[in-house]
Design a protein around this ligand. Sequence first.
Ligand SMILES: Cc1ncc(COP(=O)(O)O)c(C=O)c1O
Length: 467
Amino acid sequence: MGKHSAREPSVSRAEHEPYGARGLDEFSRSLALQRAADGELPEATSSNYRGKSSYAPYPMIYMREGDGAELTDVDGNTYLDFHCGVSSIINGHGPAAQRAAVKRQVDRGAYFATTYERELEAAELLNDMVPASDLTKFISTGTEGIMSALRLARAYTGKEKVLKFEGMYHGHTDYALVNVHPDVESLGTRSNPTRIPETTGVPRATMETVESIPWNDAALLEQKLERDGDEIAAVVTEAVMSNSGLLWPDDGYLADLRRLTREHDVLLILDEVVTGFRMGLQGAQGYFDVDPDLAVFGKAMANGYPCAALTGREDVMRFLEAGSDRATFMGTFSGNPLVVAAAHANLELLQETGESGYADLYERGERLTGGLREIIGDAGHDVFVPEFGGFFYVHFTDGESDPAEWREWRDLAPHTEEEPYERFASAMIGEGIFLPPKTGRINLMHAHTDAHIDEALEAAKEAITQV
Ligand SMILES: Cc1ncc(COP(=O)(O)O)c(C=O)c1O
């Protein structure tokens, strides 16, 4: 218990009976650890994303180890992993070459306050692989990457505001936590939406520097840039909506976005934290042939290690060099040798895997999504399973609107239902298939095999009976 805490530790929602094959008694060590952690960490862990009720009706699951596509928790339960470290695992857990690279660096030392050869090698590799990357800076998280890209855009353009889209998550800075998953009823008009903070604590003055409109509407963007383009330094977007349902851009939308931002001297920042190295070797920019000024990578780039990258066009990135009119760029741990070793080894592995390895991964993904559509649909549910390369969503829908027509957050949010998904995911976890416990990205990795897909589909047949 924390020294100043007078409360008894609580384990919210965890006392319910699970829906899957595994009963609560099979999670007794996890449950005991959660109770203890509740007295030591707010929300009993460091990221609320994996907080107290995340896995309800199971307790928080304390994983002990991962190997390839398999996870084992502290109670000895094993799982096939399709959560993939919140999309950060692409090459399986602990591939030998990456483990060896990190161990080598551990033996040499963690950090010397200087640069080192591997940083150069990793930057060379990344700049070679990513079409729109001339220069790279390494940081620890996607959040930092987007935060730095926004500041850089302000410094470069001399303009103060940025434009993001409704339904997009770009990390947890104040600048990004506006209209992330807003209540559609409260959003106001499409051309002049209300700014809704995702959390308390975001200063109004900061929010006022963030403009937000619906995604996938080039005419609306054009109007907005014509009206306010003189004040807008950057438009930040993902190429697909990876955090709110996986909607795809309409044909030509990203090209329009690129053209319009150029016409208005606005930088285009492509958030590739999810899509990078999950959708092929060149990310979404390669797939859609879009040419951003800046792009941010993270997650799969380092296969589970906290390393991210801000990359981009040379003349913009040079604004991160020392100089009184430039944008500063710091971080004790930015480009830390341990995580850069992990990223470098992972990128080399991905190059060896090549596009043909990704094609195999997509094929396995298509078999899984096709099977899930059939199993869930045959059980009488309305389901929408969009996919993009290495990840997909399972949406249970209300059946009152055709998902093929959904273009943006305002279309999707009112027609998707959370509870059936949570029951399904919980039942799958009970069957030994580890999925995001709340509606979110379900991921593929190169360590999955055809047999793993069969196993997941067999589990789904059982799990759907619990929904
Ligand atoms: C699209 C997108 N951008 C940025 C981030 C922030 O990255 P991080 O969690 O590494 O700070 C995330 C995290 O999920 C993300 O999904």
